[in-house]
Design a protein around this ligand. Structure first.
Ligand code: FEO
Length: 399
């Protein structure tokens, strides 16, 4: 008897994934609530496994499969996405299951060949179909969402979309479905996931949303590779609105102040800028890097109209934690309209100049920059307040 069980998600489809309660670091992204590696078993004439799990979680997947069917009866494996959190377990699973065939997109064939040269993988075409006997899988490439190989699979007879990373979230739960979890949690976790993983590819999201709408496909279940399975389509429709907003780069009357501080001087400046923004009715997220990390900064940046970056100068350079964050958010290509820089210094004071240049490189209109020698004087504090106020006015005029 199997220890771990599959969960039925539609007439012939079972969730057979793994729950990773303990992961806290996912290639640079903080996964404070763990994650799941979702895989799905389609009990058609040709029994098919959609996606795998991360290496080390193969036994969990196989146990869940065994609660439905002998794993060796699996005929096909479909890899929708080659990133190792989904493909890492496939070599071991394939060795045990001995599937007749393994399928992936053309890009997937290339990526899987690089990771697992021993694995025979056949390419399926964008728009192509695979007969499972009494069921049919349709494929839709979703290139750069978020890898070149990414694709969706769609089980036509049951209107189940296997969406790999899209519409997922890093959230380990015992609940398997969206409607078993609070909506606010789903939004929060989806926001962080989108901000950190998908923001850069937002133009592709806009195109994909149009492509899916034009396809006329309808969904009863949307099954991503992380987090809960969407079976309440009202919830999913609301989530699509968020994806549309995020990918269209719509911003709110909100500012992010992100900074680090050595001896609280830059911190004092941050608080005065915050006060100036608040005086204009702007929502402010003040993020001190000694109590938050780059993933939280990216998450808050998603709908912010301004980013105000602060760092002391150390060794003629920006304080390292701020260099890390600026590099990260620059890479994600947020479209933040306004920026400003501030920081304290003792003798050379290059950090504010460098931060200003980084903000300009990110496409922000740099509204101002303020340096403080050692400790902010009353005059500097007033300048900080005025800078916050000016940015607040700009945000109000824009939104
Ligand atoms: Fe969940 Fe892009 O891997």
């Amino acid at each position: 008897m199997s220890n771990l069980n599959a969960i039925k998600i539609s007439d012939s489809v079972y969730w057979v994934g793994a729950i990773d309660w303990n992961i806290r670091y996912f290639h640079g992204y903080s996964t404070k609530k763990g994650t799941t590696y979702n895989a799905f078993l389609v009990m058609a004439d040709k029994i098919t496994l959609i996606d795998g799990v991360k290496k080390g979680f193969e036994d969990e997947l196989l146990e869940r499969v065994a609660s439905v069917v002998d794993p060796q009866k699996i005929d096909y494996i479909v890899s929708n996405h080659a990133e190792p959190d989904h493909s890492g377990g496939i070599p071991k699973i394939a060795e045990i299951v001995k599937p007749e065939k393994i399928f992936a997109s053309k890009g997937g064939v290339r990526a899987l060949a690089a990771y697992y040269p021993e694995l025979p993988v056949e390419a399926v075409a964008d728009g192509g179909e695979l007969s499972l006997g009494n069921k049919t899988l349709k494929f839709m490439e979703t290139k750069m969402l978020h890898w070149p190989d990414s694709m969706f699979s769609y089980l036509a007879e049951e209107e189940v979309l296997f969406s790999q990373d899209a519409f997922g979230m890093h959230l380990a739960t015992s609940e398997r479905f969206d409607d078993e979890l609070p909506w606010s949690l789903l939004v929060d976790m989806s926001t962080g996931y989108y901000a950190n993983i998908i923001t850069l590819y937002s133009p592709f999201v806009q195109n994909l949303l149009k492509k899916v709408a034009a396809s006329g496909l309808t969904f009863k279940v949307v099954a991503p590779d992380h987090g809960p399975v969407w079976r309440n389509m009202d919830n999913f429709a609301e989530m699509l609105k968020y994806y549309d907003k995020w990918s269209a780069r719509k911003t709110d009357k909100k500012a992010v102040i992100v900074y680090d501080s050595m001896w609280h001087s830059t911190e004092k400046m941050a608080r005065c800028i915050e006060d100036g923004l608040v005086s204009q009715g702007i929502k402010v997220k003040s993020l001190f890097l000694q109590s938050c990390d780059r993933s939280e900064v990216a998450t808050e940046m998603l709908d912010a109209s301004a980013v105000i970056a602060g760092a002391p100068t150390i060794n003629n350079e920006i304080f390292p934690s701020m260099s890390d964050v600026m590099c990260y958010i620059k890479g994600l290509k947020f479209k933040t309209p306004f920026g400003a820089a501030f920081g304290s210094y003792g003798w050379s004071g290059e950090s504010v100049k460098y931060l200003s240049q980084m903000l300009a490189d990110m496409g922000c209109e740099v509204i101002g920059s303020i340096k403080s020698l050692y400790v902010p004087s009353e005059e500097v504090k007033k300048q900080c307040f005025e800078l916050g106020k000016e940015i607040g006015e700009k945000i109000n005029n824009k939104n």
